[in-house]
Structure formats: C-alpha cells, structure tokens
Design a protein around this ligand. Structure first.
Ligand code: DX5
Ligand code: ZN
Length: 221
C-alpha cells in the first residue's frame, strides 16, 4: 500500500484552519487528522465536535481521519456526523465495550480503527482484527503535539505490522506522534501506511505547506 499523509489539524494556526484545509486538499493530501480530546482520557482539549463536523462541509477530495482520545467515544458520533468515508479511531484503553463501539462506527458507514497508546502491548489488537480497517500506533503519549517519540516505537510498529500481515486482512497501519523528517522513513520501513504529520514535520516552525507537504509525500511514498 502506498504511503499516505494525514496532517494534524490541531497543529495548524487556529485562526486560519479553513485556509489550511483547502490548501491541503489542493495539494492532493488523502486525509485530514482531527484530534478530539475529552480532558479525561488525556489532560487536554483540542478540536471540538462542532469543528470536526464543520470540516466535513469544506472537504473536496480529502477524507476525515478522526482520532478520538476520549472515554465512551460513541457519545460523540452524532455530533461529529460520523459517516461514509470517515476513518474513526477509538482508543483500546478508553473503551469497555470496544467491539460494540467498532460495530457502531461500521454501521454508520465509516472505517473503524483501534488506537493503542505507548504502554499498551501490540497483541491486544489480535481479538479485534476481524472488526477493524486500521490500527493507530501512538508513538508519543497522546494528548499534546510536540512530544518526543517513545522508546521502542519502531519495534512496536514492526510487531503490529506482523500481526496485520499474519491475519491476511487488508488493514491500514497508521502512525501518530513525532512523525519527523528524520524518522518517517524508518517508520515506513517498519510497515506504516498512514502518517500523521504535525509539528515534527510539515507544521514545523516557519515552514509553508506548499513546500513541506510535497517533501513529506516524497519521503513516505
Ligand atoms: C497527539 C496527536 C497528534 C500530534 C502529532 O496526541 O494525536 O496528532 O499532534 O503532532 P506531532 O508531530 O507534534 O507529534
Ligand atoms: Zn492524533
């Protein structure tokens, strides 16, 4: 599967979000990464449900890649207008009823992904491989941009890649957190397909999307 980009909108200028979304769409980016946080599962609040819903109305070709860092994520699906074409990632650590939540995402026509935080073992996804279209490996502790990569992240990416390949199912491996200029190709070699690009790459200080996005696309293709 070719490498795909999912720029993290929480890293964009909050006063110029629509301009960035339109620019990214025009640059041929496949997904826009929308981080939703409840200030309980992670100690932060970022994009709210109103914004996640509003993004839907301005996308031309790009699709929503919604990363819900919240307990009981299903309570937000209506307000986000989850539907066909969306990736919806929910955290293994945040759901008591993960299989039902994944089924609810699927029933709305969206693609269910399970996200695992750095301290969660890759093997936990084994029970869910028949119910997901993707796995998000968090390579930083979730909740904030600009965090350092967690020790052992590359081995974890390779381990999840092997679990996916052994399952014989067509499952996307997404990497989220510190996807930097110097580490993204190693992440690709470990088997990542979808790259969340934030402050460590395309949204780095002083960079212009029209320059940084094509450069990142080239590195992860
Ligand atoms: C962190 C978020 C990521 C993050 C990526 O919880 O999920 O989207 O913002 O950005 P950097 O490159 O700063 O890690
Ligand atoms: Zn994210």
């Amino acid at each position: 599967m070719k490498g795909m980009l999912s720029p993290s909108l929480m890293c964009a200028d909050p006063l110029n979000l629509q301009a960035d979304i339109e620019k990214l769409d025009a640059l041929g980016v496949e997904y826009i990464h929308l981080d939703f946080m409840d200030n309980k599962f992670v100690p932060n609040l970022t994009l709210d449900t109103t914004l996640v819903k509003a993004v839907k109305g301005v996308l031309k070709n790009m699709k929503r890649d919604i990363h819900i860092m919240a307990f009981e994520p299903e309570q937000f699906f209506d307000r986000m207008e989850i539907g066909s074409g969306d990736i919806v990632s929910v955290h293994y650590e945040a759901c008591d009823n993960l299989r039902e939540v994944l089924g609810e995402i699927r029933s709305r026509g969206a693609s269910p992904f399970v996200a695992i935080s750095p301290d969660t073992k890759p093997e936990v996804i084994t029970d869910y491989l028949d119910y997901i279209d993707g796995v998000v490996v968090m390579t930083v502790y979730p909740g904030f941009a600009g965090r350092p990569i967690v020790e052992g992240s590359f081995e974890k990416l390779s381990a999840v890649r092997k679990l996916i390949d052994d399952s014989g199912r067509d499952i996307i491996l997404e990497v989220d957190g510190h996807v930097s200029w110097d580490l993204c190709q190693k992440m690709r070699q470990c088997g990542a397909d979808l790259f969340v690009a934030g402050s460590s790459s395309i949204y780095g200080k002083g960079l212009k999307l029209e320059d940084s996005v094509p450069k990142m696309m080239e590195l992860i293709k």
